[in-house]
Design a protein around this ligand. Structure first.
Ligand code: DI6
Ligand code: FE
Length: 409
């Protein structure tokens, strides 16, 4: 009997990233992939493909098919820029010095509050296009530069609007607990009350966020304050993520793992005990080598220990105006290898399967497997190692979002 499907891609090699297939990339050589609706319905060696009739057949010409890339941690909706802060840091001031002097995140808060939704939307577009042009089909966008009900909602609405106008999946995260706004100076607990009692409920009412994040750090919020934010998120049925141990060891990672967080992010300063807690709770690690590079950090996250403990390691841009104004997920893959010691296959897992874990969407994305979304990129390369090795010239030849052909960026 002849099977039917909407789209059939043949004559490709597939780096499925399916851990149940052999090898670090889960490779199927000389593969075929059948798609019906927005899902993959068959994938395997071409010679095993049942007789299939398709509305559209694409000859992949021996190129490589991968899951669409996932950038699981960005702050790409913001006003202004921080080029002058960059110059100050080059002159010797640290990121913390600048933040404590009222610059840093708070200077972007001033610019974001002053910008209209329309202005924020247009400022975000080139960043989004840059990510998409490199094969990104899913990304996360955090708020955190509004720090009051109106402006946090404004940022999240802009992120939702980008998703309506661009062929890309966008998950949004409310990061209202990112920094203490100036009007709450000296009253951090009262600001956390505002986050828990007003901002998060308003965000949930409008369904503007898929998750809640917080910056648990000496220059931001304490472990106890973050625990309150987590409880408020739980009451609203929102999963949590935590910016943890980027600049110092604080206990944030262990607290987040015990609270069942989806992911902890940055984590340069975590301990062995933290790694064990993450392995136990299934909390993913999100590694952000671009922030490490930009801030000229010297302490690397304990990749060997995370690997040995089987903790999924995602890699992301952290795209933001301060610690990583770099809109390239492929460069982050390269930095993940060169700066943090990942293998090229771990780097690809970090922007596919493990990034999906960090976003809580691994049942639908991040791997090429029947039943999952047909979000895919086709690359003119000879080996998937090239994705972490080359930056700049290697771009996807084709991209598919839910089985639909999309034009990158
Ligand atoms: N950690 C980061 O790397 C970003 N936010 C955070 O909590 C930086 C945000 C910024 O500097 O604007
Ligand atoms: Fe961040």
């Amino acid at each position: 009997m002849t099977e039917r499907c909407d789209l059939l891609i043949t004559n490709v090699h597939a780096a499925t990233m399916d851990p149940s297939l052999p090898g670090a990339y889960g490779v199927v050589e000389d593969a075929a992939v059948a798609v019906t609706g927005n899902k993959i319905v068959w994938i395997g060696p071409r010679r095993e493909l049942p007789e299939t009739a398709a509305d559209l057949v694409i000859d992949g010409e021996g190129q490589w098919l991968t899951p669409g890339l996932i950038d699981c941690h960005t702050h790409l909706v913001y006003g202004g820029h921080r080029a002058s802060e960059f110059a100050r840091r080059l002159g010797g001031e640290s990121y913390e010095d600048v933040a404590r002097a009222g610059g840093g995140i708070l200077s972007t808060v001033r610019a974001t509050r002053a910008a209209s939704a329309e202005e924020l939307y247009h400022a975000a577009e080139p960043r989004l296009k840059a990510l998409m042009s490199e094969g990104v089909t899913t990304l996360e966008i955090k708020s955190g530069y509004g720090l009051d009900p109106d402006n946090e909602l404004k940022q999240l609405r802009v992120a939702r609007r980008l998703a309506q106008h661009y062929p890309v999946n966008i998950l949004t995260t409310c990061l209202a607990a990112h920094a203490l706004p100036p009007e709450y100076d000296g009253r951090a607990d009262e600001y956390i009350d505002l986050v828990c009692n007003e901002i998060l409920p308003a965000v949930a009412r409008e369904q503007l966020a898929d998750a809640v994040d917080m910056f648990c750090e000496n220059i931001a919020f304490s472990v106890e304050q973050c625990q309150r934010v987590i409880s408020a998120a739980r009451k609203l049925d929102l999963p949590v993520k935590v910016h943890a141990e980027q600049l110092a060891s604080t206990g944030a990672t262990k607290m987040a793992a015990l609270a069942g967080a989806l992911s902890v992010e940055h984590i340069e300063y975590i301990t062995d005990e933290d790694v064990a807690a993450m392995a136990e709770s299934g909390t993913a690690a999100v590694l952000l080598p671009g922030a490490f590079y930009t801030l000229k950090e010297t302490r690397v996250p304990p990749v060997d220990k995370l690997r040995a403990a089987g903790v999924p390691m995602a890699i992301s841009t952290d795209l933001n105006p301060g610690s990583c104004p770099i809109a390239s997920l492929r460069l982050m893959m390269n930095m993940g290898c060169n700066l943090f010691g990942l293998t090229p296959a771990e780097a690809l897992a970090g922007v596919t399967r493990s990034a999906a874990r960090a976003l809580g969407i691994c049942c639908s994305r991040g791997v090429l497997r029947p039943g999952l979304r047909a979000d895919m990129a086709l690359w003119p390369m000879e080996t998937p190692d090239q994705l972490a090795y080359e930056v700049g010239a290697l771009k996807p030849a084709e991209m598919f979002l839910g089985g639909q052909h999309v034009t990158a960026g």
